[in-house]
Ligand binder design. Structure first.
Ligand SMILES: [Zn+2]
Length: 238
């Protein structure tokens, strides 16, 4: 999830932080229930002494462990300023959201994805820019996103964590790596050679200069943008 929340030029789809957003909606609703309505939830919140500002530093002891959202509410709302008489619910929600995002961002210790860790020398901002600018279908984009991040379950990876007994490809017996699946197995070489010939003609170079790595890590950059777009499209659409 932390990967998805990053900006597009840092390997992500730039999605909102779903966790913080859901918590904001829940807390705002609980606050409204406590302030205005009489319900089972309101009674429960009264019993837990959670109908106003919660104590800081937060203390979840004594709260019903069978209702974990009350514990989380007590912990998080200790850092939220009460809405006050003149603050609208919309502004209260914005403040809650900012507070929760700050907490999430400061507590998350993000580690690089495996693909980046294994190839730190690549220009990763360029790889992500190419991926998002390729104009491919969502399904192809998702496939390449998984391939670039090295999250495709090959037998080589499964054997490394003892989920299978062999690293060999079930089709040809060679070590089942990602690059093997894409460019070397079954119809892979035919497609690969066709693509390599087209790119070589476009770039006016010998096919040997069209790197196999482009298939997995398109960190190249050509000018003008139209040429770059065509090369990216051919590299991945085939
Ligand atoms: Zn194979």
């Amino acid at each position: 999830m932390t990967t998805l929340q990053r900006p597009k030029d840092q390997s992500s789809w730039a999605l909102a932080n779903i966790d913080a957003k859901c918590r904001m909606l829940l807390y705002a609703r609980l606050w409204q229930l406590c302030a205005k309505e009489v319900s089972v939830t309101t009674t429960l919140m009264h019993m837990c002494d959670l109908t106003g500002p919660t104590a800081s530093p937060p203390n979840a002891h004594g709260l019903p462990t069978t209702l974990p959202y009350t514990c989380q509410y007590a912990m998080d709302m200790a850092y939220a300023a009460p809405p006050g008489p003149h603050k609208t619910m919309q502004k209260f929600k914005h403040c809650l959201c900012r507070m929760l995002l700050t907490m999430v961002n400061t507590s998350n210790v993000t580690s690089e994805m495996r693909g980046i860790h294994k190839n730190p020398e690549l220009s990763w901002p360029r790889v992500w820019t190419n991926l998002h600018a390729a104009g491919l279908s969502n399904s192809i984009n998702s496939t390449w996103y998984a391939a670039i991040h090295d999250t495709v379950s090959t037998n080589e990876q499964l054997a490394a964590i003892h989920l299978t007994t062999t690293m060999s490809c079930s089709q040809c017996g060679t070590t089942d790596t990602l690059i093997h699946r894409i460019t070397k197995c079954e119809e892979g070489p035919v497609i690969r050679n066709w693509m390599r010939a087209r790119l070589a003609a476009l770039l006016r170079v010998h096919p040997k200069h069209v790197s196999e790595e482009w298939t997995l890590h398109p960190s190249f950059h050509y000018w003008p943008p139209q040429k770059q777009a065509v090369i990216v499209w051919i590299s991945w659409s085939t």
